[in-house]
Design a protein around this ligand. Structure first.
Ligand SMILES: Nc1ncnc2c1ncn2[C@@H]1O[C@H](COP(=O)(O)OP(=O)(O)OP(=O)(O)O)[C@@H](O)[C@H]1O
Length: 590
């Protein structure tokens, strides 16, 4: 991602919106209809109170409220139109990005690129395109709704009491204005933080890959200094981002709460002879319409908006600056492991759906897992975290079909996993528990055990490079050498099991702490290779690096599980924050 990425993204979005003005106007018209209640709500409440209920005319009061109900129904109809017209803006954007992705891939393939690498890259870019589509739709709705609600509230309040309108208009303009002005900096800080995190991963990877040479040449100190510099830059970038993100709360406070406080103070001490209906009307405008609109705007722009700019910036960077770049967007740590060694035939991902899944062990008094709902998209990479004994391994075995839910269903590509014949199950998914299974036999037999006879030496070479098994191959004297499981370390056994799953045609891989006996560098390398392999990946994580690298984290805490990105879970889940703290402390302990 180049630093100009967000500017490129902004220009691209502007071009797209300008090119389709008519659809954009439709969005505005429908959002206007949707926002009608914001124009009339306070006024209708004021009239209902003053001319109806307080004037002893309940029918008149009821009539005004009924009118408000009708306007709300029209607003709901408008919401439908707004949604459809937003889709009409966003879908062509998605199509255009997809077309560029496919064109770039074909161009690369025709000019001698590696088709295998492109395939995996297209999957990654497709995911990015989907993120852009969702975020662009959401941003368009949020911004248009805020604009109409703000105008509606100002106009409505003006018709009720001009001074109150000023008390609303001024703080919202200041709060939202300052926030919008700070956004450029926030996007830059977000990009800096993303780049710094990636550099850190890259540096750590380089270091671990070259450890032997570093020790041989006595270069430990400069290598550590370099890593230290990158780590410090990451810390600085994260701190700067956190500071700017705090502005969001300030903007919410100024734009959302200050108007309410000012109006209440003014009613108490400044307003002369203001009717009860007018006070209620103004408060209705603020509480019902203005505050939610400000909140949605600030939160939406702060998370979805930034994601949109950062993702689109990266995507355009990859498609534009590297015409053949459709296959070249892995994070550097992954890219390093994704050398020229790719498995020739890649599996497409499995869709996982959990429908109200509960499970208790026979004789157990309570459910270990209760009412879990989850959808994992094909090709998605999800990390499951939670305290010891919460049911992570149980969940893994339910996904693999080795346990049957007490209630609910686990569907793989729409089929109940427990209804699949064992051979079909085994072909669809590879499930690796903590203790890896290695048998007395040749290394070739061990590695190719799940590959259905399709793992030739060329593919095995690739797996060996990906997982750093070269030493083991020399130790056994080649693929034909016999492996003695008792002579291997637990980490070596896990590497063999991982390489075996990697070579299998399984479209779902479930790793239940399957890397727990490896050192962090070997683990990062192995998980990187698994991510590159495409297919759906579920990792029961026991290190922060696994959770950070996943598309989504699922936090099991005994209640309904939460899922979201690493950053989102950090912000939303106390338990996840605690776990991350614990992991960080552990990894810092010598
Ligand atoms: N075969 C079993 N029979 C009865 N209870 C079991 C069995 N296996 C696990 N449990 C219990 O189910 C609960 C969840 O266990 P599970 O191994 O899924 O948790 P976990 O979160 O993966 O733990 P850890 O992080 O320590 O691996 C625990 O209370 C455990 O004692």
């Amino acid at each position: 991602m180049s630093p100009a990425g967000s500017r490129t993204a902004g220009r691209y979005l502007q071009q797209r919106l300008r090119a389709d003005r008519r659809t954009l106007i439709r969005v505005l018209v429908w959002t206007g209809v949707e926002s009608l209640p914001a124009f009339v709500a306070g006024r209708a409440v004021a009239l209902a109170v003053d001319r109806g209920f307080l004037a002893g005319e309940p029918l008149v009061g009821g009539g005004w409220l009924a009118l408000l109900a009708v306007v709300s129904a029209v607003g709901a109809f408008g919401a439908r139109g707004a949604l459809l017209s937003t889709a009409a803006v966003v879908e062509p954007l998605r199509d255009a990005l997809m077309t560029r992705t496919v064109e770039a891939t074909l161009r690369h393939a025709l000019t001698g690129g590696r088709v295998e690498q492109d395939r995996s890259g297209v999957a990654r870019l497709t995911r990015q395109v989907e993120i852009v589509r969702e975020a662009a739709g959401s941003m368009l709705s949020v911004v248009c709704r805020f604009a109409f609600s703000f105008v509606g509230v100002c106009v409505g309040t003006l018709t009720l009491e001009p001074t109150a309108a000023l008390l609303v208009f001024a703080p919202v303009t200041v709060g939202v204005g300052c926030y919008v002005a700070s956004l450029r900096g926030v996007v830059r800080a977000q990009m800096r933080s993303t780049l710094a995190t990636e550099s850190l991963a890259h540096e750590a990877w380089r270091l671990s890959a070259g450890l032997r040479d570093i020790t041989a040449y006595g270069l430990e100190e400069p290598a550590l200094r370099r890593l230290d510099d990158v780590a410090k830059e990451t810390a600085r970038a994260e701190t700067a981002l956190a500071r700017l993100t705090a502005l969001r709360t300030l903007a919410l406070g100024v734009g959302g709460w200050v108007p309410l406080v000012l109006v209440l103070l003014w009613v108490r001490w400044g307003a002369q002879g203001m009717s009860a209906g007018t006070v209620l009307g103004v408060l209705t405008y603020i509480a019902q319409n203005l505050r939610p609109a400000v909140q949605n705007l600030v939160q939406g722009v702060g998370s979805t908006g930034i994601r949109l700019f950062v993702t689109l910036g990266r995507l355009l960077d990859d498609l534009g600056t590297r015409p053949g770049g459709a296959g070249s967007t892995p994070a550097p740590a992954v890219a390093a492991s994704a050398s020229s060694t790719r498995v020739g035939e890649r599996a497409a991902g499995v869709e996982i759906v959990l429908e109200s899944v509960s499970f208790s062990y026979p004789g157990g008094a309570n459910d270990v897992l209760s009412g879990i709902d989850l959808r994992v998209a094909p090709g998605e990479h999800i990390a499951v975290v939670g305290p010891s004994g919460i049911g992570k391994s149980t969940l893994a075995s339910l996904l693999a079909g080795t346990h049957r839910p007490t209630r609910g269903r686990v569907l793989l590509d729409g089929v109940d996993v427990t209804s699949l014949a064992p051979a079909r199950q085994a072909a669809l998914r590879a499930y690796l528990p903590q203790e890896a299974y290695v048998f007395t036999g040749t290394l070739r037999e061990n590695l190719g055990y799940l590959a259905d006879g399709r793992a030739d030496d060329r593919r095995m070479d690739r797996a060996v490079t990906e997982f750093g098994l070269a030493d083991l191959v020399s130790m056994t004297g080649g693929y034909g050498g016999v492996v003695d499981p008792d002579a291997l370390s637990a980490g070596q056994r896990q590497l063999i099991a991982l390489a075996r799953a990697y070579l299998s045609p399984a479209r779902l891989i479930v790793l239940d702490e399957a890397t727990c006996h490896m050192d962090p560098a070997a683990e990062a390398r192995a998980e990187g290779a698994m991510r590159e392999r495409r297919g759906t990946l579920v990792v029961i994580a026991h290190r922060i690096s696994s959770a950070r690298a996943a598309d989504r984290v699922m936090v099991l805490d005994g209640g309904a599980p939460r899922t979201g990105s690493h950053d989102r879970m950090l912000a939303e889940s106390d338990l996840y924050r605690d776990l991350v703290g614990l992991w960080s402390a552990k990894s810092a302990t010598p």
